[in-house]
Design a protein around this ligand. Structure first.
Ligand code: PHE
Ligand code: FE
Length: 287
């Protein structure tokens, strides 16, 4: 359940687990926290985030100041790619999550982190969900990928493959890097909404940077409480779309018979851009 948001606590979720954003009930302080985070992140992301991210922020006017009103965002988003943002109380079960994505609805939390703990996130807040995820939903190929992921997620429930799908999401939608003519860029929302990891993921000597491979990713465990030890790199959103367009059923059958990889592993078949020193993780990480 969310961290001290009474507007969330007082609502009974609908059958699809959504609640109302009740935008008019955000306080001045909450809007100011958004603005602080927004300005801070824009400074860091220049030259680091994928160009599509900036384009999405502009298209949706997420730079107007204050926490975005989903009613206004949705009007624009609907026209652009047919996506909507809906509010949920916090993390929701896989089935409901996939079902929203399959129907082009992105679920967002309502609460925003405390002003005195801008870097500490006990669970995704509205800044991560909206600033991090929503801009790329304005881009047609990525928007289609997210829907396909939701449909694939629903299908995966028949295969006992939640872990495989979670890893795919983690290493692409949350922590993916993409190559551009100007160099490596961030597209993963978990990085885009984090000041520290925006720099770490691209510039640190510590993590591995390896080209994306579907099977490799599905066999690789991840860190959920600290910076990643490996980032997977795509050439384009089309690559992501094509790599995942295959039937996953044979994969789901085969993967349990193969060894798993640790978050820090580099494998013989990998296309390696950087073999990390892992010095950050070895010295204890964030702690
Ligand atoms: N192709 C996958 C399947 O057969 C579905 C999927 C598409 C999963 C895109 C993730 C991303 O299940
Ligand atoms: Fe996220």
């Amino acid at each position: 359940m969310p961290v001290n948001d009474p507007i969330v606590a007082e609502q009974t979720p609908r059958a699809d687990l959504t609640i109302d954003q009740k935008w008019d009930l955000y306080s001045r302080e909450e809007h100011e926290i958004w603005n602080t985070l927004y300005d801070r992140q824009m400074g860091v992301l220049k030259g680091r985030a994928a160009p599509e991210h900036f384009r999405g922020l502009e298209l949706l006017n997420l730079n107007e100041g204050g926490i975005p009103d989903f009613r206004r965002v949705n009007e624009k988003l609907m026209k652009l790619t047919g996506w909507q943002v809906v509010t949920v109380p916090g993390l929701i079960p896989e089935k409901e999550f996939y079902d929203h994505l399959a129907n082009r609805r992105f679920v967002s939390g309502r609460f925003i982190r405390d002003g005195d703990r801008l870097d500490y996130l006990p669970e995704p807040d509205i800044f991560h969900d909206v600033f991090g995820h929503v801009p790329l939903l304005t881009q047609p190929v990525f928007a289609d990928y997210m829907q396909a992921y939701g449909e694939g997620g629903l299908r995966s429930l028949q295969f006992d493959a939640i872990k495989r799908m979670a890893r795919l999401y983690w290493y692409t939608v949350e922590f993916g890097l993409i190559r551009s003519d100007e160099g490596l860029r961030i597209y993963g929302a978990g990085i885009v909404s984090s000041r520290g990891e925006s720099i770490f993921s691209l510039e640190a000597r510590s993590p591995n940077r390896i080209h994306f491979d579907l099977e490799r990713v599905m066999r690789t465990d991840y860190r959920y409480d600290d910076y990643q030890q490996t980032y997977f790199v795509i050439d384009s959103y089309d690559e992501l779309m094509e790599a995942t367009a295959v039937d996953f059923a044979p994969l789901y059958e085969r993967l349990p018979t193969l060894p798993e990889f640790k978050p820090s592993d580099v494998q013989p078949g990998d296309t390696v851009y950087q073999k990390g020193t892992q010095e950050y993780a070895m010295s204890g990480g964030l702690k």
